[in-house]
Design a protein around this ligand. Structure first.
Ligand SMILES: [Mg+2]
Length: 256
């Protein structure tokens, strides 16, 4: 793949799973840095703010600048600011709410402009879902930080935000705007930051739909890794096939 000049790299399932780095992944990042290949990390992680994602990576041995990391809250904040409407109800877990601290939340408890759903884990209750539903019926728009079906948690495969988003869409009759992968604006945010064109870039991910499918629609080559949530059946049934499949990101040197 001689024409590849830069990379977009997924985090969960590609560089790490839970609190464990994928074997050889820190070396792969070191290789890119030392050889002058630009890269950005684009993750659908919505449980951690950008700063915490960066700290987590550092603790696992990855030397990656914080501003190389793109997460859906950044896209959501840009989207809200573009519209000039910044009242929101946030259904997330972890410390991802810290990313939103820079947005002045107008009328959050009365009539928010947005219902924002991330991977909310235990924060998903009848009451929190019903609150979101009532705001949607009351006129709020639905923003999905991500719409993945599942992810590989440290203790096993786990529901992601997608099924929750679908439930709220079903109840309210509204359609969510997806902020994270596979949405095109999210890929473009990272591409523009690297000053590269789509055809110069390859996306490395473990999700055939959000990583590989999203990259395809953005004009970016897709390299699927057999780590994280990779399942061969999901490749067999996918309409969009990856450009390459490699065992793990540690093989990045072999494909350049
Ligand atoms: Mg992943």
């Amino acid at each position: 793949m001689k024409d590849i000049e830069g990379f977009l790299i997924d985090l969960d399932g590609v560089l790490y799973t839970g609190n464990r780095a994928i074997d050889g992944a820190p070396g792969a990042i070191k290789f890119l840095t030392e050889n002058g290949y630009p890269f950005r990390c684009i993750s659908n992680t919505t449980r951690k703010c950008r700063h915490s994602v960066s700290s987590h990576l550092l603790s696992l041995g990855f030397d990656i600048p914080e501003d190389f990391i793109f997460t859906p809250p950044l896209a959501a904040i840009a989207h809200m600011k573009n519209t000039g409407r910044t009242g929101y109800y946030l259904l997330t877990t972890g410390d991802v709410d810290r990313d939103f601290a820079e947005v002045e939340n107008t009328n959050p408890d009365t009539k928010p402009d947005w219902v924002i759903i991330g991977d909310a884990g235990d924060k998903i209750t009848y009451n929190s879902m019903n609150m979101a539903f009532r705001y949607l019926i009351g006129g709020a728009e639905l923003l999905a930080l991500e719409n993945d079906r599942y992810w590989m948690a440290a203790d096993g495969i786990s529901l992601s935000a997608g099924p929750i988003v679908k439930a709220l869409e079903y109840a309210s009759g509204k359609t969510a705007t997806v902020m994270g992968k596979p949405s095109l604006p999210f890929f473009n945010l990272a591409l523009q930051d690297m000053h590269l064109l789509p055809e110069q870039v390859a996306m490395i991910g473990d999700d055939i739909i959000t990583d590989i499918g999203g990259a395809y629609h953005a004009g970016i080559k897709g390299i699927l890794v057999r780590t994280g949530k990779y399942r061969s059946e999901s490749v067999d049934t996918a309409q969009i096939k990856p450009t390459r499949i490699i065992d793990s990101v540690s093989q990045i040197q072999d494909i350049i």
